[in-house]
Design a protein around this ligand. Structure first.
Ligand SMILES: C[S@@+](CC[C@H](N)C(=O)[O-])C[C@H]1O[C@@H](n2cnc3c(N)ncnc32)[C@H](O)[C@@H]1O
Length: 280
């Protein structure tokens, strides 16, 4: 192995198989309703997030703006409705957007037409199943939580990038402020998704010594307590309003939410991590 860029000998932290530990977390989560996602159903929400993205403030867009060149080709794995593929298209010569969900692809294709963007190729399929040629830069934003077998996924991403790879993920799950309430209601720990603390040692075990930039991002705000209760019910996987928990949820939220900018918000910072490594 050559020791260049962010590469080195594999580092094993503790006596832990980090890929196996990732898989266990994934499986515990996937076995519960909170761990299942219908991406076609969520395409509208992701299209809205793409439209609302503030490209001057977004941590990943700012990192990409520093790292890519106009003549680059870029690969976006799990591009969704194009939240990052769309701004990236203006920064590089060509983007390939890999996306398995037909609903997400339809939203992305609509945005490409509406915004008259002609340099994005959409490739249907999961990252594990598609074949794409190497690109200068590869990126994968908010996708790794949904991958059971993480080591080959990362290795394929790494092999598909000639110069640099970017993985964007949450430092901890969005449910963090509601974990005590989950414990109270379900009598168990929330089945959290794998996050930065799982990815970093996994990368080290693959010989990748990545850079990490942690950024504070806004937590979702709620127009009023009713809206916060409705969202909390979803996060807490409570199906029916007849289950008797609304009073307790309302009490918990009243204790923890604070008003800021005309919205109710949890006053704890939420962070995302831009994890990136150079090839040489
Ligand atoms: C949370 S969304 C993120 C979309 C986009 N990257 C963004 O940040 O707005 C996750 C996306 O990953 C896609 N996805 C899930 N599993 C995938 C896989 N194995 N390979 C590629 N994409 C995947 C989903 O279809 C979905 O569009």
């Amino acid at each position: 192995m050559t020791q260049s860029g962010n590469r080195g000998l594999p580092i094993h932290i503790g006596n832990v198989d980090w890929a196996e530990s990732w898989r266990r977390k994934f499986e515990i989560r996937a076995a519960q309703p909170v761990g299942r996602r219908d991406w076609d159903d969520r395409a509208g929400r992701f299209a809205q997030m793409a439209a609302d993205l503030d490209v001057r403030r977004d941590p990943l867009v700012r990192a990409l703006a520093q790292g890519v060149r106009k003549e680059d080709t870029a690969l976006d794995v799990g591009a969704g409705a194009g939240r990052f593929a769309l701004p990236l298209a203006a920064m590089v010569s060509r983007v390939t957007a890999v996306e398995p969900s037909a609903g997400m692809r339809a939203s992305l294709e609509t945005a490409l037409v509406d915004q008259e963007i002609g340099n994005v190729t959409v490739v249907p399929g999961t990252w594990q199943e598609v074949t794409v040629e190497p690109h200068d830069v590869a990126l994968c934003a908010h996708v790794v939580y949904f991958v059971a077998d993480i080591a080959p996924f990362i290795e394929k991403l790494d092999a598909a990038a000639r110069r640099a790879c970017y993985v964007y993920l949450r430092v901890e799950g969005n449910e963090a402020p509601l974990r005590p309430l989950w414990r109270e209601i379900h009598g168990a720990e929330f089945p959290s998704e794998p996050g930065l603390a799982d990815l970093y040692p996994l990368l080290l075990s693959l010989g990748i010594r990545a850079n990490v930039r942690i950024e504070t991002v806004d937590r979702a705000g709620y127009a009023d307590l009713d809206a916060a209760v409705a969202q909390a019910r979803q996060t807490l996987a409570l199906a029916s309003e007849q289950d008797g928990y609304d009073g307790r949820i309302r009490e918990y939220l009243s204790e923890h939410l604070m008003e800021r900018g005309g919205q109710l918000r949890f006053p704890y910072p939420s962070q995302t991590a831009v994890v990136w490594w150079e090839k040489d």
